[in-house]
Write a new protein. Structure first.
Length: 280
């Protein structure tokens, strides 16, 4: 039986003939399964879900508690303008995850329990799959985020609560053996990250804390991440983790947005006016 620790190497070895202009033999049944998975992804993506973020679930339970409170209790800021291409990013992320699972099967590893529903303390979730009997959460990631999986530093910066998500799946299945299979959306590089037990939060405590916060009449006072210096300008800006949050204006009502060539920067304190366009 194949072992999870050799998974990435096995995938690369399976695909290696393509680098030498040689073909691959693909099981027609696996190819049909991939096609059906793509269809399910697109159907789910195209189907509107009312109040999809308004309940606690395994995929959000580990978020910073203030952000989670706003997600559950309030609407996104009116100033928050999601880009028109964001839905496309969500779609190809899901499709790429299915493609990665397809590579796993091609490499001869056994995939079971795809999208199995699990429950811990009345909080539901769906595990991506088990590979060789071990829980694996499949992630697509930017260059920046991929490094955390490759280098094993997710514990230091986990704004989406991935470790709590994995911990919940493990608790539901009575195991502590699980990991992440991540693919870099920009390069195609693959990494397997199996976090140490001490790096994973106590899921029942995390769930209890989140439930108590949802019973509050006002949002938790503790901010998710403190502002950081914008170089040597004297200005203070939101950290990267807050940049995509749809509730940032609730935390900083006088937040100012500037359009740099590398993207938007959100300043909470302006000492020196940036010489770029301000988005009003």
């Amino acid at each position: 039986m194949k072992h999870l620790d050799t998974l990435v190497e096995d995938i690369y070895s399976t695909l290696a003939p393509l680098n030498n202009n040689k073909g691959l033999e693909i099981d027609p049944e696996m190819l049909d399964e991939l096609g059906e998975a793509f269809k399910d992804c697109i159907r789910g993506w195209a189907t509107p879900r009312e109040n999809a973020t308004k309940y606690l679930r395994m995929s959000n339970i580990g978020k910073p508690i203030r952000q989670l409170y706003f997600d559950m209790k309030e609407e996104s800021d009116k100033k928050f303008n999601e880009s028109s291409f964001l839905p496309i990013r969500f779609l190809y992320g899901h499709l790429l995850e299915e493609l990665l699972i397809f590579f796993v099967k091609m490499a001869g590893h056994k995939v079971t329990d795809a999208q199995k529903e699990v429950v811990v303390d009345n909080i539901k979730g769906h595990i991506d799959c088990k590979i060789n009997g071990e829980i694996v959460d499949v992630k697509t990631a930017s260059n920046f985020a991929f490094k955390k999986f490759k280098e094993g530093t997710l514990r230091d910066d986990d704004p989406f609560g991935y470790l709590a998500q994995l911990s919940g799946y493990e608790a539901a299945e009575n195991t502590n053996e699980g990991g992440f299979l991540a693919i870099n959306k920009e390069t195609g590089e693959i990494a397997l990250y199996r976090p140490d037990e001490l790096d994973k939060p106590n899921i029942r405590y995390t769930i209890s804390k989140a439930k108590k916060a949802m019973d509050l009449d006002t949002p938790p006072k503790e901010i998710c991440y403190p502002p950081v210096a914008e170089g040597k300008s004297g200005n203070m800006k939101l950290p990267k983790q807050c940049g995509f949050c749809p509730h940032k204006y609730k935390c900083y009502s006088d937040l100012r947005t500037f359009k740099y060539s590398k993207g938007l920067t959100y300043l909470v304190k302006v000492v020196n006016e940036p010489k770029v366009e301000e988005i009003l």
